[in-house]
Design a protein around this ligand. Structure first.
Ligand SMILES: CC(C)(COP(=O)(O)OP(=O)(O)OC[C@H]1O[C@@H](n2cnc3c(N)ncnc32)[C@H](O)[C@@H]1OP(=O)(O)O)[C@@H](O)C(=O)NCCC(=O)NCCS
Length: 205
C-alpha cells in the first residue's frame, strides 16, 4: 500500500483509529531512523525486540511489525556482517522471530503470521565444527502460516504458501503450498495478493 492509498483508506476510519495509526507509524519512523539502515514509514505495534551486532536491518515502507517481533541480526565482525532485509507492504506477526547470521531477505508483500521463526543459522553445530550459516530468501507475496519455521539455506519462491506449523528445510518452488514437518509440496496455489502490490513489483526497498 502506498502512502496515498493509506490516507484514502483512513478517511473512513474513526479519529481514534487514525490517531493510533499515526502513532505507530511515527514510532516506526523514529525507530527506522535510529536502528535501521534507512528511514521508512514502518508501522510498529507494541514491543519490538532488536538485537544487532555487526549487522544491518532494513524494513520497507508500509510494513507492519506486530507486537513482540524479534529481529536478531548478529554478524561475526569484519566482512562477515549480518543483514535482515524486509521489503515493502509486509506484515510480520506477533512474536515472530527472525535470526540472521548472514542474510535473511524477505520480499515485498510477504505475510508472516504469528509465532513463526525464520533463521539462517543454527547457533550450534551438530559435528562440533563451526556454526553453519546459510542465507534465507523469502520471495515477494509469500504467505507463511502461524508457528511455521523456515531454516537455514532455504529459498521460498514468490507467491508460495507455507502452511501453519510447517518446518521448511528445503527450497519451495514459487506458487506452491508446502505443509508438514519436514515440509513437503502439497499443491500449486494462486498466491496471496489481497491489498498487496503486484508481485511484478521490482525487488528491494
Ligand atoms: C495453508 C492453508 C491456508 C491451506 O489451506 P487450503 O488451501 O484450504 O488447503 P487444504 O485445506 O485444501 O489442504 C490441502 C492439503 O494440505 C494439508 N494441510 C493443510 N494445512 C496443513 C498443515 N498446516 N499441516 C499439515 N498439512 C496441512 C491438508 O490436510 C490437505 O491434505 P490432503 O490433500 O491430503 O487432504 C491452511 O492449511 C493453513 O495453514 N491455515 C492457517 C493459516 C494461518 O496460519 N493464518 C494465520 C494468519 S496470517
Amino acid at each position: 500500500m502506498r502512502p496515498a492509498e493509506l490516507i484514502r483508506k483512513l478517511r473512513h476510519r474513526s479519529p481514534l483509529h487514525i490517531a493510533s495509526a499515526a502513532l505507530r507509524f511515527a514510532r516506526g519512523y523514529v525507530i527506522s531512523c535510529l536502528r535501521f539502515e534507512r528511514r521508512a514509514l514502518v508501522s510498529v505495534r507494541g514491543r519490538l525486540r532488536i538485537f544487532m551486532r555487526d549487522g544491518t536491518i532494513s524494513v520497507g515502507d508500509m510494513t507492519d511489525l506486530w507486537p513482540g517481533v524479534k529481529l536478531s541480526c548478529q554478524g561475526r565482525g569484519g566482512v562477515d556482517r549480518a543483514r535482515i532485509r524486509i521489503g515493502r507492504n509486509c506484515s510480520i506477526g506477533d512474536r515472530t522471530e527472525i535470526h540472521a547470521g548472514r542474510l535473511v531477505d524477505i520480499g515485498h508483500g510477504a505475510i508472516i503470521a504469528w509465532d513463526c521463526v525464520i533463521m539462517d543459522r543454527d547457533y550450534h553445530s551438530t559435528d562440533n565444527g563451526p556454526e553453519p550459516v546459510r542465507p534465507v530468501t523469502i520471495g515477494s507475496g509469500v504467505w507463511i502460516g502461524c508457528r511455521a519455521m523456515v531454516l537455514k539455506g532455504v529459498t521460498v519462491g514468490e507467491g508460495a504458501v507455507v502452511a501453519a506449523g510447517a518446518v521448511v528445510t528445503k527450497d519451495v518452488a514459487p506458487f506452491t503450498l508446502v505443509a508438514g514437518n519436514p515440509a513437503r509440496a502439497v499443491k500449486r496455489v494462486a498466491g496471496w495478493r489481497k491489498d498487496r502490490p503486484s508481485l511484478a513489483i521490482s525487488r528491494k526497498t
